[in-house]
Design a protein around this ligand. Sequence first.
Ligand SMILES: [Fe+2]
Ligand SMILES: [Fe+2]
Length: 213
Amino acid sequence: MVADWRSDEFYGQRREELASRVGPRRFAHSLGVAETAAKLARRYGADERAARVAGLLHDWDKGYDDPGILARADELGMELTDELAAMPRVLHGLTAAVALGRQFPELPPEVLTAVERHTLGEVDMGDLDMILYIADALEPGRKGKKVEKLRARVDELELRELFLEVYAYWVQLIMERRHPVYSRTTEIWNSYMPEQEVYHAEANPDPIPYGRP
Ligand SMILES: [Fe+2]
Ligand SMILES: [Fe+2]
């Protein structure tokens, strides 16, 4: 019988399994992401349970070391570009989405997609994708002044604008930590620019509207 992925039983079982897949710090982080994602879903009118489940599962494969995650991708039959094969730290989202989808086919595609996109982002992120991405960066275990500032803006910003704030922060952090930047980052960022212009226009209405005499 297929378990109902919305049930507390499903959640409790995955939670227990996760505890044996990752270390205690990562486990606490995952619970923090699950709760933060659920709160964001409530705030932005998305599916709260889907957000909580995606939060719990997003780092399902984070327990693998670099050679381990490459072997995992291979085992799952995933074909990695040379670039991604050289960035093993970001692969856990991609492998987790594939592995979870096979092990728990009852999980809805939007949960798997959010898990898949939580490390690198993507163009056209859906609400749940953005919620998980934000929750991963802002859960209570994440410390720092910038994180505090972003957290304080949750009530004030629309989801897409908050996502862009967090994405910009995260890319900056990657550079500061001297990690490689994914080659599609610029493409992903640029894909959100028209929306960003709309937000700016809403925040700062043009005093001389075009097209008026
Ligand atoms: Fe992750
Ligand atoms: Fe995470």
